[in-house]
Write a protein that binds this ligand. Structure first.
Ligand code: GRG
Length: 296
């Protein structure tokens, strides 16, 4: 069992490593200045970096040489940032603020925001494929896992199902499918690719996939709970507005107490799956509680 301070140190150290990795690579890019600025604008706007931190923690469970996991972690954050830029566009969620700052299309313009998202998505693959710290087999495997998680079988599928669900009531099972694809697939990439690069076996990765599924739901349930608590740090539609009321959420389907119960149940399941993965999973254990109790 690790203490709170150790977890904070792990998070901060890895956050800095990830930041340096992304910043360094993007700043080196010899591309049109406006494109580079808009890519860096959204990357530098903050963000909790939860996905790449999870990837680093999953890697650490099998191997302490963290350098090897850095390009996959950076690529994951680039893809997450692209998805937020596109999600904020007028054709999708039409948001003015993200990460506490004007959204990319508000700061620049719609066309530039679309291109900044496209560029972050495609550059993420270039970054992994060009990493001299990885073997050719690792590069191919990471590109495959990353495209599956973020593409039409993963996050993009979740996004379109979520858009379709805006105009109808959904069941709990349908809601879980939407979030498993839209949010959970990137979590699954984080956990499985970190472990893969650390040398985990196929069987261990199967247990970790289950863990990632539960963790994705925990993250989303907590997101929905924070939404109704009106946390000023969270950017969404104004609490109580029509658009907010129409959203399909765990709190809407289960009530606040039911959502809290669901979260507790999934924390237990997540930790059971971690035990089965038979590795040094103390950071992943603590991150599960951190995800479940986060207040921003
Ligand atoms: C546009 C293909 C495409 C997909 C968009 C991620 C996503 C799919 C939409 C974002 C909308 C949203 C609020 C999703 C629910 C949970 C979520 C992914 C929140 C944002 O992630 P955080 O809280 O954000 O990790 P930070 O800013 O900390 O990185």
């Amino acid at each position: 069992m690790i203490v709170q301070q150790e977890l904070s140190d792990f998070i901060n150290t890895n956050k800095n490593l990830i930041q340096q990795e992304i910043q360094h690579r993007l700043q080196q890019l010899d591309v049109p200045e406006r494109l580079k600025d808009s890519m860096l604008y959204s990357i530098q706007a903050g963000g909790k970096r939860m996905r790449p931190i999870l990837l680093m923690a999953s890697h650490h469970a099998y191997d302490h040489d963290m350098e090897k996991a850095l390009s996959a972690a950076a690529a994951l954050e680039m893809i997450h940032t692209y998805s937020l830029i596109h999600d904020d566009l007028p054709a999708m969620d039409d948001d003015d603020l993200r990460r506490g700052q004007p959204t990319n299309h508000k700061r620049y313009d719609e066309a530039t925001a679309i291109l900044a998202g496209d560029a972050l998505l495609t550059f993420s693959f270039e970054h992994v494929a060009g990493d001299p710290r990885l073997t050719d087999t690792q590069k191919v495997q990471l590109v495959r896992l990353l495209s599956e998680a973020s593409g039409p079988k993963g996050m993009v599928a979740g996004q379109i199902l979520d858009m379709e669900a805006e105009t109808k009531a959904v069941t709990l099972a349908e809601l879980e499918t939407i979030h498993t694809l839209k949010t959970g697939e990137l979590f699954r990439f984080a956990i499985s690719s970190g472990a893969y690069l650390g040398g985990a076996t196929h069987e261990q990765i199967t247990h970790l996939d289950k863990f990632a599924h539960y963790l994705g739901v925990i993250f989303q349930v907590q997101d929905d709970i924070l939404d109704i608590s009106g946390d000023p740090g969270k950017i969404g539609k104004p609490v109580g507005s029509d658009e907010e009321n129409e959203k399909n959420t765990y709190v809407k389907l289960l009530g606040l107490d039911g959502a809290i119960e669901k979260k507790k149940e999934y924390v237990i399941k997540a930790k059971e799956a971690l035990h089965e993965a038979k590795a040094e999973t103390s950071y992943l254990m603590s991150l599960t509680d951190y995800f479940s109790n986060r207040d921003y």
